[in-house]
Design a protein around this ligand. Structure first.
Ligand code: 9PG
Length: 523
């Protein structure tokens, strides 16, 4: 279906497998909306096209791999262009399994799943994104929870080295700091797929949850229930539950810290669904009422499944069953999740990549043009571009930092992370209480109890209780490399695709994490 620019007055929705909007003149910028939590969302300059991010080996877990080699500007479900008068033309789907491209002077929406419904508009950015959010809310629903809890999360202090002893010490030392949730992240499980406590949690998960609850807080747990490691018992027992590609190979969900090949469960297989429901019941029985459900994109990757349901729709249907099994009284944070299919099903969505105690990662951001790897700036950029989702779901910007120890962020950058969290109304940290000075504890207490008045005054500018904050610098994309850096991009991008080289890189990263935690916390 072809739409004329002049038809875009008022609210337009059309039903079609494909829509095309002819643009009246050349736009300046394109709003690219990445597929899942960690994928880039940003206004990109059309005079300087975004190079394909490297290394390719990471595409499955940072982008929608079906589209990651596309040269034209594109994104999942929605896209927009901005003209010199500041106005935008917007195209956004009200259906899952859709993608938007800028092809020359046309904005093009395509569906992978037959007819889709599309919203098109021309005018002021904030108003249009607001209308789109309202339409999505009608179509997909929104969370029933009024506020988000204040979370202490184990990942950013202990990484996978969380254990019963350092957790207990943390619980004790957090004292009366007003956190509502203490959340155990990656590191407690036997394997990816074997969601039972490992040897670092000898008392078991029910006893662990009880220790948290004894302080009057909610116990939180991290899980990646749709992933399956080839080293797991689950894989040995149920190879037929795993998604394969057209060549009959298991679909890989990317490389990661776990050091094994990681595949994904077939969310349309009835036995997988019952296994997931049992798992959710077990986690609730242990006593966890806050669930951080991670790496969910696996459930919506391209591949052959038991039923031919379109991939995002299939994922949404199963996520809904997972949610119902958890019960409405549990708080569900979805992470690494395709955004649209999760709306109305979970309470919060992580809307950016991981932050870190470093402002930038030069190798990844500048050389490889990869904006999904952990860094404070990458987090701020994508989150700032996804704040329009706030009327629909709690938006999780990842954690904030307060302590001086083992932290390379400048005060100004720590403040930006905190200000963004105030705007999101979602507060969390992974700072170890073992590292907090008494004045830092007071700053944390003040932050956790603050409820400032927030006003949006520009695309990336806000007033927080009258004080202006501006994320315009942080959201800027690092220009593509030139000269020697370009050569380096080609070489490192290529070399990084070899498993051994990539694993070497991971090992170095891990050694640095261990050093940061300190020996006394490791056992
Ligand atoms: C546990 C972690 C934490 C964290 C999650 C997720 O693409 N990447 O480079 C990438 C890096 C880290 C990452 C995901 C992707 O972390 O977001 O909060 O739970 O898993 O393993």
């Amino acid at each position: 279906m072809k739409l004329n620019f002049s038809e875009l007055s008022g609210t337009n929705t059309v039903k079609s497998k494909m829509v095309e909007i002819e643009l009246p003149s050349a736009p300046l910028r394109y709003y690219r909306h990445g597929w899942q939590s960690w994928s880039l969302a940003a206004w990109t300059d059309l005079s300087q096209p975004l190079p394909i991010q490297k290394p390719y080996i990471l595409h499955p877990y940072q982008t929608d791999a079906v589209y990651s080699l596309e040269n034209d500007p594109h994104g999942s479900w929605l896209g927009a262009v901005e003209f010199s008068d500041g106005k935008i033309i917007f195209l956004g789907a009200l259906s899952t399994d859709t993608h938007v491209f800028l092809k020359g002077d046309r904005l093009e929406g395509r569906s992978e799943a037959g007819e889709a419904e599309w919203f098109c508009a021309h005018g002021e950015e904030d108003q249009i994104f607001g209308e789109y959010a309202a339409l999505l809310r009608n179509r997909f629903g929104s969370t029933s929870k009024s506020t988000s809890p204040r979370v202490w999360c184990s990942w950013y202090g202990f990484y996978s080295y969380i254990n019963e002893k350092n957790l207990q010490q943390t619980i004790d030392m957090l004292g009366d700091l007003p956190f509502d949730v203490i959340q155990i992240d990656d590191g407690w499980q036997k394997d990816i797929g074997d969601w039972e406590p490992n040897e670092k949690f000898p008392s078991g998960m029910a006893a662990t949850a009880e220790k948290i609850k004894a302080t009057g807080r909610t116990a939180g747990l991290w899980l990646a229930p749709l992933l399956i490691s080839n080293s797991s018992k689950l894989f040995a027992d149920h190879k037929d539950w795993v998604v394969k590609d057209d060549k009959g190979q298991y679909v890989t969900t990317g490389f990661n810290v776990w050091g094994h090949d990681i595949y994904t469960l077939d969310v349309t297989h009835p036995d997988v669904v019952s296994w997931l429901v049992d798992l959710m019941n077990r986690v609730r029985r242990w006593g966890f009422d806050y669930i951080k459900m991670d790496f969910l994109y696996g459930g919506a990757m391209k591949g052959n499944r038991y039923l031919p349901t379109p991939r995002e729709q299939a994922f949404r249907e199963t996520l809904d069953k997972i949610r119902k099994a958890l019960g409405d009284d549990a708080y569900l944070l979805a992470c690494g999740v395709p955004i649209l299919p999760a709306l109305g099903v979970c309470d919060a969505i992580r809307v950016g990549p991981d932050v870190s105690h470093k402002w930038e990662d030069h190798l990844f951001e500048t050389i490889l043009q990869n904006f999904s790897t952990p860094s404070a700036r990458n987090g701020i950029r994508t989150v700032s571009n996804r704040l329009w989702l706030k009327p629909l779901v709690h938006v999780d910007p990842d954690v904030e930092y307060f302590v001086e120890k083992e932290n390379e962020l400048e005060e100004e950058h720590k403040s930006q992370l905190r200000d963004l969290a105030l705007i999101c109304e979602f507060k969390a940290t992974g700072d170890l209480p073992q590292w907090m000075t008494s004045s830092e504890r007071e700053i944390i207490r003040e932050f956790l109890t603050a409820t400032p008045k927030i006003e949006k005054v520009g695309r990336y500018r806000y007033k927080i209780d009258g004080r202006t904050v501006d994320f315009s610098e942080a959201v800027k994309l690092v220009p593509p490399p030139k000269g020697f850096a370009l050569l380096l991009r080609s070489f490192i991008g290529w070399a990084g695709n070899f498993k051994t080289i990539f694993n070497l890189f991971l090992a170095l990263d891990n050694a640095e994490k261990k050093r940061r935690i300190g020996k006394h916390h490791l056992n």
